[in-house]
Design a protein around this ligand. Sequence first.
Ligand code: NAD
Length: 577
Amino acid sequence: GEPSNQWREYQGAPTGTDLECEGWRQEAALRMLNNNLDPEVAEKPEELVVYGGTGRAARSWDAYDAILEELRTLPDDETLLVQSGKPVGRFETHERAPRVLIANSNLVGRWDDWEHFHELEAEGKIMYGQMTAGSWAYIGTQGIIQGTFETLAELARQHFEGDLSGKIVATAGLGGMGGAQPLAVTMNGGVCIAAEVDEERIDRRIETGYCMEKVDDVDEAIERAEEAAEAGEAYSVGVHVNAAELHERFLERGFVPDVVTDQTSAHDALEGYYPAGYTVEEADELRESDPETYREESLETMERHVDGILELQDRGAVAFEYGNNIRGQVEDHREERPWPVSGSEPDERQPFDFPGFVPAYIRPQFCRGKGPFRWVALSGDPADIHRTDEAVLELFPEKDHLRRWIELAQDEIQFQGLPSRVCWLGYSTEGDEELTERARFALRINELVAEGEISAPVVVTRDHLDAGSVASPNRETEAMKDGTDAVADWPILNALLNCAAGADIVSVHDGGGVGIGNALHANNHVVLDGSDLAAEKARRVFTTDPGMGVIRHADAGYEEALSEARESNVEVPMATE
Ligand code: NAD
């Protein structure tokens, strides 16, 4: 027979109002799966890889075909089961139940590591689902830009009275995700200096409007950045230099940026991070000829890099790690070699003396059930998303920050695949005693679909990185107040509750973002087709789902979560205050 992983000429999701399936809920699943594999959306659609290393939408092309076949014939009262990207069963349930249930990459605790996973993967028995790849909810780079924008906005609220104008953010790494940093800084009104060793990456960010200028010289970058900051202008510059050397030059000059962070691929010392003292070509050759030396040099550069961040922090910069595990890498390496290598005197500083981005900037939002809520127009018509943009601003006129994001997104973000939008909304029932922010907005979209102002149903979904849906001790649940970083009951309860509340697709995955064995997480989709049933589902799901964020953080003792629970009447049976 045919090889199961043959290349497909791939066109993306069907659009318009003609259905291939028996109802919009099944059709939505089919379109979202296909949208994940749209060549504009996916990194390597021919291998079914959507993003994030090997995050796949289906296990094989045969499994993909079989999923589509099942969805096309699935009635309104049956539920399809997908196990690591393969359809494995179908049962009669009922109309209010999910149409598709998905579990990806999960292993039992003692076996839950890459080694065992890779053995099973090689035999075609499991698939890496990442977060939104295997759950059919990826929307391209808009998600990462918005996450970076929100993180910087929260940083600005905490340290700079809500605004980055006149402030200089120094970072490194202009790759797939890191490339969003300069744009997210300028969207917040600030100035960005970003070190990148690979000149082509800087050029690509300039071509696509993510970064404004390129220079080779750190001093020149500092001068331009200071000029822009003094004038209060938004500005970004990519510097063709290694991150460790950027910081060392800053320190020699006595220059201290307002904020320092990093998004080089430090999580992988061999294939992600570049050692100082080599051009990209020389380093690529070294990696081939002598991987052991490469790895060692790479880790030594990371030590200099982290040492620089810590010294800048001591001199007054706000420092945070952006989820690339550079602190963990340096901590592990210190056991092999004394540290720091760049300073003359070893000192008391530790890599974990600067915080990760979740405890520092995201957790206060998680406490209020806020997270990356997103929606997709199944019509394929951008006008439908523009109508939802208006609707969200009409509903929440007091949210200046939301208005800024939506206006900037309209100007600067090109749709990839099915038109979509992302914004952070939470649990708050302020302004409407009965309904959460998320529920109010979803119900409004449902009305617009019913009235024909939006031309076809809209799917509402979210990232797995959300308030009450993930356990990930190196990232989303780093340094929880009560030490429950690794407790994974919460994402399981989240998935179960999403089913009980009637979401249309529910998924549970292992290993998203930080790798197999390091995280469990869940997500949901609700299809807003304008019906009363959709309204009922939306009201329940968009109350219970952000509500999980509030109770999870209230249980851990966070004051913001306890006050959200009080203000919005969330029942927390044994709350201790
Ligand atoms: P990528 O591999 O596409 O890009 C990394 C870039 O860093 C490359 O362009 C590379 O040339 C550059 N680089 C490597 N070493 C360097 C050095 N020493 N100095 C200067 N430049 C260097 O990766 P990506 O998708 O952009 O992700 C970057 C990192 O951020 C990853 O570790 C990823 O896991 C992490 N990340 C975390 C989150 C999160 O937690 N929310 C989000 C995005 C990315």
